[in-house]
Every structure is written in C-alpha cells, then in structure tokens.
Ligand binder design. Sequence first.
Ligand code: ARG
Length: 599
Amino acid sequence: MFVQEQQEIEVRIRAYCAEQGIPLNEIKWSALPFSGEWGISTSFFAAAAAEARSGKSVNVPQRAQEIAEQAAGLIRNVAGIARVEAIKGYLNLYFETPIYARRVVDAVLEQGRDYGRGAPKGERVMVEYAQPNTHHSFHIGHARNVVLGEALARLVEFAGFETIRASYPGDLGLGVITVLWAYNKFYKGQEPQGVHERGQWLLKIYVEATALLEPKENETPEEKAQREAYEAERREMYRKWDAGDPEVRALWQMTREWSLEELRDILRLLDVKIDVWFFESEVDEPAKQIVEELIARGIADDERPSGGAVIVKIDEKLGLTKEKYRTNVILRADGTTLYLTKDLALAKIKFEKFGVDRSIYVVDVRQSLHFQQAFAILRLMGFPQAEKCYHLGYGFVSLPEGAMSARRGRVVLFKDVIDDAVRRALAVESAKAPDLDEEQRRQVALQVGLGALVYSMLAVDNNRDMVFDVDQALSFDGRTGPYIQNAHVRANSILRKAGQIPQQAAFTHELTAHEVTLIDLLARFPETVQQAAGEYRPLVMANYAYDLANAFHSFYHSVPVLQSESESTRAARLRLVAAARQTLANALALLGITAPEVM
Ligand code: ARG
C-alpha cells in the first residue's frame, strides 16, 4: 500500500550504502503484525555479513545494527510514515494508522473487480483439465478435476499470465470399443432423449458389456463359449475401427458426440469455457511422427528388427545412474502408439502451435509417473518449456460406502449431486428468504448449491484423497461455500440499507480488533493471489476466502456500522464493508463460485 514511499526509502538507503561501500543486495520487506500500528521491516544482517566476508573485520550483529541506525536516520519527512526504529539490526517503519487503513480500503474500491490482479507477466500458460474419457458419464471424480482446473486457470490468469484453457478427452481405446460393440449388438438405432440421459445411458451400456465380457466364477462351458464369442466380436469391432470402417467410425462419432454434449452442458453449468479441444484420436498420427523423429535423433532405440518395440531408455539418455524414469515403450511391435507417445505429440503441439511457455496438466495423481516420464523425454527432445511443465495431481474421490467403480456402475453422477444440491438449497431458501420471488429463489439456489459443491472440492488439499459426502458438502455452516457466500450477502445488505457508499472516509476513529483483522486480510489479497498461482495451489485461495468470510462475520456481529458512534466512523465502516464485499466477490470468483446478492 505504500509502494511509492517504500521505493523512495529504498532509493535513499541504496544511495547511502553505495556511498559508504556497503555491499547491499536486495532489500526485502516483511509486514510487521499489527501492534497498535501497521508497519514493515527489513534486516541488514546480510549486508553486514557480506562486509565481513569481504575481509573487513566486523562484528556482524553490531554492524547490522549500525547500518540500521544510519538507514533510520535517512528517513525523515516521508508522508504517511509515523515513526522509524532500528532494533537488533532491523529497520522498522510504522505507518500512520488512519492513512494505512484508508489506503487499503481506497485501493480495493478504486480497483473493484481488478483489485488483486497482477501485472502482465509476459508468459503464456496452458492449463489442461476437463478431459474425461468419452463414452462414459460424468461422475463426481471428474468434477474434482474440472473444479480444480478452473480455479487454477482463473488464478494464473488473474495473477498476470496469459492463459489458455485446454481439454483433451480420451476418445479411443478398449473402453470406447466395448461400448460401441454393446450398443451395436443390443441397442442399435436407439437413442434416449436428453443430453444427460444419453450420457448416462452410455455408462449403463458399458457396465452391462463389462459384465458380459468378464469371466464368471463357476462358468459353464456354454457361458464360456458365449463370452468368448462376444470377445471375438469386440476384437472385430476394434479392428474395423482401426481400419477406418465408415460405419463403425460413424457410430463412434455419434456416440462420442453424446458424451461431449453432456460434458459441454456440465462445463456450461460450472461456467467453464474451454478455448482449445484436443482429442487423443487426433494426436495418434503426430505421435507416430514423433517416434520417427526420436529414432532419427538417437533418443529412441528401434528394436523392431529383432521383433521388439521402439523404446526410450530415459535414465540412460539423461545420464542417470540410478533408476528414476525407467525405460519406456513408445511404439509397440504392432506399430501402435501409446498414451505416453500421444502426450509427447500433444506437448509439441502445445509448445509449437500455441506458443505455450508453461504447461499445466490437471490429472489424477495416479498418473504422476507417466507425466514425470513424459516431461523427461521432452527435456531430452530439447524443449526449454519442459522445465515449466507441471502435473497438478489430485487424489481419489471415494464415497462414504467405498470406492467408486465405473466398471461396476457404482458411481455418483455429477448431475445427480448437483440436482440434489439445488433442491436442498431451494428448501433452505424457501424457509430463510420467503420474500424472494420464485425465479430469483431458483437462481440463488443454483448459486448456493453449486457454491457448496465447488467449495467442498477446493477445501481439500489437491494431493489428498477425499471422501465425497453429499450431506457434508451441502451443509451450509462451517467451512463451506455458502458460509462464505453469506458473508457477501450480509455485507451487501448493510450497504443496501445504507443507501449509498460514502465517497471517502478518513479512518481516524479508534479501530476495533475486528476492523484491524479485516483490513489486514484485505491488504493481503494481492499477495495471496500470487502465492496461490505461483504454487499452483487453489487451496491457498480457498483458505483465504474462508478466513476473510470468518473475519467479516465476526465484525458483523460485534461492530456497529449503520449505528456507529459518529458520522465519520459510520462512513469509514461503510467503506470497509464495501471493500470486504468486493474482496469476497473477487476471491470467490477466482474459485469459480458466484457471490449472490441475497440468499
Ligand atoms: N483422459 C485421461 C483420463 O481420463 C486424462 C488425460 C490427461 N491428459 C494428458 N495430457 N494425458 O485419464
């Protein structure tokens, strides 16, 4: 908040040190916790130690204190700085409390929705997420992926990166073929009406087919023969798909579209706008070319002449003596590519065609080794961006009753959960806010139901497994989305009652501890954005949003606003409430959660 003053002070300190030949490197400031006033502090130990290293005989702590004292002497008449002290080698600056408080609040209100936005970093990031396999229905585990990916994309974008959102659905492989086979055999020509009905039906077909193709216990010879016949039909289906049989390809296209329609509908609901769609099937050809390139460049070994595959001995090529990335097949003996090969081709497209500097993959943590291997090969290929590839893994989502299993049809469909969430939110709204009209109530219920669901997924560290408990996720108290949304609504209702927000206010009244905490949190929002984006951790922002809501609720319960002691206190507090409302909205927006006006 005192950037300009800070810079001015730094210039003075630097000039002084240069003149005295003091080897000063970076001047790092850290915030001093509020103790009646706000302040910042920096230490001169590093400078003193550098002097000692350069051969001067100095007592480091003593020398640090000396420099701090001299620096303190340089800082006179800086507007907004109340006092300066040099203690134990540290220089502490204290701000005039009313000026500091006012600047924080003014900054939030002036910048509004842009409060906290970082300066452009001149780097392009691609975030790849929302890439479930097709021919399946969208379950709650997929939702964790989308929710995390979207929050991350919003964070890096707001932090200052140019951001591209990408998806990469898996649209080929045995699972897909299994559905095509069963559809063709048992349901040919049928088509349920409704986007979600169709998507869910594909899952049902998949489950049925899997059961038919799996060996049973105590199988009779007739059952065995039947199963093997099915198996042969499925193999034939695969062969035809591979050969590009027009009928099979058309069936594939049609059913794939059913899945994608469902996916697009869910993304719309979650306010996710994917910029680029890649498909696994579309990188198969480029993947074959990569194999040739890697052989030609000596990165891959072609063992086909001796009946083997094409492999990359990653550890050996990187000169590692210990096993780390192992040896990987990139082309099978039968000439087919692998998941890994396709990822190499995809990365190349991302780097070369989309000019991506940083590439983030939001994918199940169980694929961790796969990505480490892919990134290692990209390094071998000489892509500088390989250093800036990052796999944001996330843990397994299970249910209170145990693991989900798509093969067994034991999944919790996202659509069912969200419908349930909205129903519950609607019931709460009808009781709590009976004066809302029907349409408004529906809209709020959707915002709150979604808020609950989204927050429940962001409030868990991405690396940890989570048990998805609908009741808990949709509870509206404690560490939940609705609790945070409710802080926004309360702030809004105070401001509505006030009629308008005063144009300005000097914070000259005695600040309560609640106000201090709020101002502290508001001031910290921009750095929290940078931290969450820099560490690729939406959880950092999820925690911040909760802390801010919590601080606001406490303030709301203990500090009068409309009934403040004086007109000037009332004005200051109204502006503080407005700034809190804005920052809550900004934080929620970064998580992909709407901030309702009423609820
Ligand atoms: N479709 C894959 C799956 O559901 C995830 C794709 C991950 N992205 C990638 N570039 N490999 O497991």
